[in-house]
Design a protein around this ligand. Structure first.
Ligand code: HEC
Length: 147
């Protein structure tokens, strides 16, 4: 039994060590999206809003305060997407824009679901968990560069 545990421990240790990156190996190989400095800032502000929005949707869903979930999710819906200048969205690869759009539609859907006071918080939480796969997927694929 002790031997089995030690084997499991060794396996976990190996996996942990293999996934660690030293600074000298760290190279950003994600696809670059070239934006102006202002456009990059606009997108990063949007990102910080996403982070704040998902934290608040999570916290208010756990508290089952659907009115607050609605108030948080609404501004992150499709209107925000439509406010992005065309000149800027033209610079985004189709895959990137599709993920961004899906995320905004996700917040719009959460706003819609939470309109009803009878809405189940579990439905919102599941939706948010699925949407966060877009955060993870997009961050793993793209980086922003200024030119
Ligand atoms: C369509 C792609 C995409 C999606 C979807 C996306 N992000 Fe991002 N996000 C980016 C990119 C690209 C950057 C810049 C990364 C870089 O250049 O290193 C970024 C940066 C950020 C930053 C850093 C902001 C700063 O001030 O530097 C935060 C925080 C962030 N994202 C949060 C989120 C959260 C939370 C979600 C999901 C709810 C999300 N993002 C979804 C593409 C995306």
């Amino acid at each position: 039994m002790a031997k089995k545990h030690s084997l499991i421990f060794q396996t976990i240790l190996t996996v942990l060590l293999c996934s660690m990156v030293t600074p000298s190996q760290a190279e950003d190989t994600r696809k670059a999206i070239w934006l102006s400095a202002v456009e990059r800032e606009v997108l990063l502000i949007e990102m910080r809003n996403f982070l704040r929005g998902s934290q608040e949707v999570l916290e208010n869903s756990v508290k089952e305060d659907m009115a607050l979930v609605n108030r948080t999710a609404k501004p992150l819906g499709t209107k925000m997407l439509k406010n992005l200048p065309k000149e800027m969205t033209d610079k985004m690869p189709p895959g990137f824009y599709a993920m961004l759009k899906t995320l905004h539609y996700g917040f719009a859907e959460i706003a819609d679901i939470s309109k009803s006071p009878k809405a189940e918080s579990k439905v919102v939480l599941q939706k948010l968990a699925n949407m966060q796969k877009l955060c993870v997927g997009c961050h793993a694929t793209y980086q922003l560069k200024v030119k």
